[in-house]
Design a protein around this ligand. Structure first.
Ligand code: KG4
Ligand code: ZN
Length: 368
């Protein structure tokens, strides 16, 4: 297995990514071709377009990852690829490429679950992480999942102890941003605009959901209610015309700056945005801490696109310090979709000889 040099490939959604990582932690290259601008024109990811872009990007992105790492394909010890969850057509581009590449080079192929990848985006930077007692919150545009993560003999096992019953947190951010006439993806806009509003102006409420049993509890999330509550607020406060005007004005600006967007938001809108974020962040932190307390976890790792949120990071850091818990987030370049996290998650599998066969297929609903 050489020095554990793994080429990771990721194409589950709207980023075509390739990376070379040594021994699960040393990132030699991390290349991401984002399609965000293209999908922004349509207000969300268009699956057909995503597949076509992945096809166009996969070869140059892999070539660039090898070049930037200064390694030749022959030096690689394995090829790792995201097998799911994600868009079927998008996943297939990465998988087909990885299979052919591994076969041609006579190297092992390793299948990685995208969610395990997100968790390893944090673990790979946390050398000597304490084994056991680790709770992972994966919070992105497609997922809001809690896992207990355990390492034994260098192998990781995960137990799902909570998930969203409807929308993912990132999806709620994107939908609320859209209904307020802001651009896509909405998470980063709401994050930045929230600093300019009063987070206590609108008291949004969450109810705790626990679908499990006493022996087998499940700390679940629901984000469709708050989306409806924001919609109702907009209707009852006569904000519709201002929203349409904002949407039209923003459509005329090529790459709006924060200043541009702020100029188009009145105080009531900023208060609504800040209150929405405050409620979502509070709910994510509360449920995660309840699960940590229940399972006796002493370490929390937060990953996925929404982990970039500044209020979420600040709130977690604050309460973790109060309770003597450790909380870790991925660095900026590893929080949104990337292939370094896929190569990192593949390293324990390489050591254990957990390889995929030529029959590897995309699994859009793959579970962890
Ligand atoms: O992990 P990711 O890149 O792709 C998925 O696997 O979904 O996550 C993308 C999601 C989007 O919903 C986006 O709005 C959200 O992450 N996001 C944020 C922030 N940055 C990205 N949400 C809140 N605050 C942010 N700063
Ligand atoms: Zn993701």
């Amino acid at each position: 297995m050489g020095t554990g040099l793994i080429l990771g490939i990721e194409s589950s959604c709207d980023e075509t990514a390739a990376a070379v990582v040594r021994s699960g932690g040393e990132v030699l290259s991390n290349v991401v071709a984002s399609q965000m601008e293209m999908h922004a024109l349509y207000g969300g990811v268009v699956p057909e377009l995503a597949s076509r872009e992945h096809l166009r990007n996969i070869v140059p992105v892999v070539r660039e990852a090898l070049r930037a790492a200064d390694v030749s394909a022959d030096d690689l010890d394995a090829i790792a690829v995201t097998a799911g969850p994600g868009l079927a057509g998008a996943l297939l581009v990465g998988i087909s490429f990885a299979k052919a590449y591994a076969f041609g080079l006579e190297k092992p192929l390793i299948a990685v679950n995208h969610l395990e990848g997100h968790i390893h985006a944090v673990l790979m930077e946390r050398h000597g992480a304490s084994a056991g007692g680790l709770l992972a919150l994966v919070v992105s545009g497609g997922h809001t999942h809690l896992y207990l993560a355990d390492e034994s003999d260098g192998s990781w096992r995960y137990r799902n102890v909570g998930r969203t019953v409807d929308d993912a947190a990132g999806e709620a951010y994107d939908k609320v941003a859209k209904l307020l006439g802001l651009g896509y993806p909405g998470g980063p806009w709401i994050d930045r605009l929230s600093a300019h509003g009063n987070a206590n102006a609108v008291p949004f409420r969450f109810i705790s959901i626990n679908r499990g049993t006493e022996e087998d509890p499940s700390f679940d999330f629901s984000f469709s209610g708050i989306k409806t509550a924001v919609l109702r607020y907009v209707d009852t406060h006569g904000m519709k015309a201002a929203i349409d005007a904002r949407r039209a004005a923003l459509a005329r600006i090529e790459q709006p700056s924060l200043k541009d967007v702020l100029a188009l938001c009145d105080a009531e809108t900023l208060d609504l945005i800040a209150s929405f974020q405050h409620a979502v962040v509070g709910n994510l932190v509360r449920q995660t801490l309840a699960a940590a307390a229940h399972f006796g976890a002493t370490g929390i790792v937060v990953s996925g696109g929404v982990a970039a949120n500044r209020a979420l990071r600040a709130r977690f850091a604050e309460v973790a310090a109060e309770r003597g818990l450790s909380v870790a987030f991925p660095g900026a370049s590893l929080s949104t979709d990337n292939a370094a996290m896929i190569a990192a998650a593949a390293w324990p599998k390489l050591r254990h000889g957990e390889f995929a066969g030529a029959d590897l297929n995309a699994t859009p609903q793959l579970r962890l």
